[in-house]
Design a protein around this ligand. Structure first.
Ligand SMILES: NC(=O)C1=CN([C@@H]2O[C@H](COP(=O)(O)OP(=O)(O)OC[C@H]3O[C@@H](n4cnc5c(N)ncnc54)[C@H](O)[C@@H]3O)[C@@H](O)[C@H]2O)C=CC1
Ligand SMILES: O=C(O)[C@@H]1CCC=N1
Length: 267
């Protein structure tokens, strides 16, 4: 797994900062390996600069970058491509984490550069994210792996179109899980728990359930059976939550379909 440095990160917002945190946690990229371009650098970008990263360096310096991560919004990336072009090394690998922007579009904007697409989760910040990778060249896939394999469980996609599905399931997925925790917390309060107890119980339930999923490797179905006693409280809840035809399965399917559709539109 080879990762060519220095790295130029364009966009250090929610995801860009998570990537920077993941570099720090895993140590595979150090602040001195990094240049950051951001119009409004936040806390993490500033902390990197304090530790030796170059923050908003002059364009002359961008030429030294061997790997360039594009982490701006899909709506703003054309402006970034215009600014970068002519100021970057022809061999630099372009790694896009942007939803929707296709390899064809990247290659039009960055002619001659190897490219890769990655759909990470913000969980890379802890060194334990999830990332789907797609590249049509060895150089592109090497860069994507080198950046993300140390801080994420990676899935390598052979078909670029599947990155839209990966975006809808895992890129956006953490927000679905947080929405569930929020709903459980609200329901706890509605059922008489104090604010702090409802909060602790909802969060703790997610974290302990996720640990079991991870540590046992068991299917959700088997784990559900271990919680739900026949005729018990869980079954009473699941009869509503998973009501055939109008329960969670249908709601998640419709939600993922909507995200998938939006991912295609963003390109
Ligand atoms: N937030 C997430 O969970 C995920 C986001 N993504 C993708 O990551 C990309 C970034 O998303 P977020 O980090 O959520 O957005 P964000 O809005 O938090 O961050 C974007 C950053 O880009 C900077 N920026 C904008 N225009 C710029 C320019 N011309 N030059 C330099 N910096 C510029 C902004 O100041 C901001 O800090 C998007 O394309 C999104 O599709 C992908 C997977 C997950
Ligand atoms: O909401 C979005 O468009 C981005 C892509 C996946 C997660 N956040």
């Amino acid at each position: 797994m080879s990762l060519a440095k220095p790295i130029l990160l364009v966009g250090a917002g929610a995801l860009g900062s998570s990537i920077l945190k993941g570099f720090r946690v895993q140590g595979h990229v150090t602040p001195s390996d990094v240049m950051i371009l951001d119009l409004k650098p936040g806390e993490e970008a500033q902390a990197y600069a304090a530790d030796g990263a170059k923050l908003n360096p002059l364009p002359e310096i961008w030429h030294s970058a061997k790997t360039i991560i594009l982490a701006v919004k899909p709506q703003g990336w054309h402006a970034v491509a215009q600014i970068l072009n002519g100021n970057i090394d022809k061999a630099a690998v372009i790694v896009s984490v942007m939803a929707g922007v296709t390899t064809t579009q990247l290659k039009q904007a960055f002619a001659g550069h190897p490219t890769a697409r990655v759909m990470p989760t913000t969980g890379v910040a802890t060194g334990k994210g999830v990332a789907s990778l797609y590249a049509d060249t060895v150089a592109g896939m090497d860069a994507a792996r080198g950046l993300f394999a140390p801080m994420a469980q990676t899935v390598e996609l052979a078909d670029e179109d599947q990155i839209n599905s990966a975006t809808a399931v895992s890129g956006s997925g953490p927000a679905y899980v947080y929405a569930f925790v929020r709903a459980l917390e609200k329901a706890g309060r509605a059922n008489g728990l104090s604010y702090s107890h409802a909060r602790d119980l909802a969060r703790g339930t997610l974290i302990s359930a996720a640990r079991l999923l991870d540590e046992t490797g068991e299917d959700p179905e088997a784990l559900i059976k271990k919680v739900a006693s026949p005729g018990g409280t869980t079954e009473a809840a699941l009869n509503i939550l998973c009501k055939p035809g109008e329960g969670l399965d249908e709601l998640i399917l419709a939600s993922v379909d909507a995200a998938h559709k939006r991912s295609r539109e963003l390109g």
